[in-house]
Design a protein around this ligand. Sequence first.
Ligand code: SAH
Length: 313
Amino acid sequence: MDAAQDAGETIEQNASNDGEQGAEAKPSKSSLKKAARREKFAATKLERRTKEKLAKKEKKRIKAEKRAAGELSEEEPPKPKKRRVNPPFGGKVVVDLGFDDKMSEKEVFSLCSQLAYTYSANRHAEYPFSLIFTSINGKSLARLESLNDSGFKRWANTEWWAEGYERLWEADPAVKQTVVYLTADSDEELTELKPDETYIIGGLCDHNRYKNMCLTKAQESGVRTARLPIGTYLADLRTRKVLTVNQAFEILVHWTDMRDWEAAFQAVIPKRKFEESSKEREKTAAANTVDSSSSSSKIVLSVEELEAQADES
Ligand code: SAH
């Protein structure tokens, strides 16, 4: 089946089914491990329940003893139940969809799947971002409308603007200083995310055809640019890395949760990418890029790989 189409057609299911995909077809090492862990957990259930019951009994007995000895006043108010509710991170993420005319229909389909994965990742995030999709138009809009009876319109905490991201600072030009366009082509490296900043991700699936496309656009808009510090934290992956929209987004989400770039990259970039990177760098770059004439080798993660990634996680 067309991976992009499948992912797009099942936007809602994607949100919950990521882990299950492909489990029946060919169980991966990690899914076998998971199954073994589940089995072990189930097998020790009775034992755990018995232990818990005994512990509860013992606690009750101690309390009764204390009460009898007058150590416990009857009026002692019950302790309030602790429940940690995370506040949202505060930062905004904008996905700039202003590249619709630069993509083939197939690429637009892939992009729309990536948008669905992005939304899903934000929904499950410990500290979600405010998510805004700007410049929604053309083929992308038509594609989204054709999926799940315009399901995207029901995505929670998500804004869709027909206008470009410039609307961010329309009312207050000072806001522009807080905007950072993320692109692998930037000379600046992102060191941390700040709750009062807005990060733009280029909504572009171009198989690396348009180098510097987002960089140039950002420079023309007069906003700062930055690349994710992948090479600094992952010694194995020193080359220029171009990720998909949802991977870039998921790295941000993981960073806000763990405050650790290395852990965030490892959580998002498929492990085999690291293994591959040294020995198969050239091969991967050639297979995945249209622009294989360029001297720098690139690792482009396609939608097919996204599917594989979903299987792995
Ligand atoms: N040729 C396009 C590539 C699009 S990849 C370009 O000119 O950028 C989709 C988006 O993911 C990028 O626009 C960027 O916002 C984000 N992205 C991918 N890899 C990244 C990296 N290494 N650092 C920062 N952002 C990245």
